[in-house]
Design a protein around this ligand. Sequence first.
Ligand SMILES: [Zn+2]
Ligand SMILES: [Zn+2]
Length: 110
Amino acid sequence: MKPSNPRVKLTVTIAKDVLQKAKKAADEKRIPLSRLIENFLEFFTNPTVYCFKCGAGFNTSDSALCPKCGWMICPKCKICRCGLSEESAIAVFYMRTVYEDLLAGRVKQN
Ligand SMILES: [Zn+2]
Ligand SMILES: [Zn+2]
């Protein structure tokens, strides 16, 4: 987010207890709630993930989907789920589930 971006007001209605808990957690981490929302919306619009093999960060829009495993191919090392052991693949699967719960859908679709 560039500092020159104009700021706009956002009004949303969410569950009271969710907001109260989020405010408390944000206070403890000293992060303004507006920045948290902004971060999430940026992530939602264009998720950045990290390769589970080489650790390179990449934008999901910069990666292709493997037709075999359906997971993103790292633009740097070209690894997808197919290049992992069964044990690592299971760990990756559940990590991916966290993303998909967060994003309310697939991280990347065809
Ligand atoms: Zn990689
Ligand atoms: Zn694959």
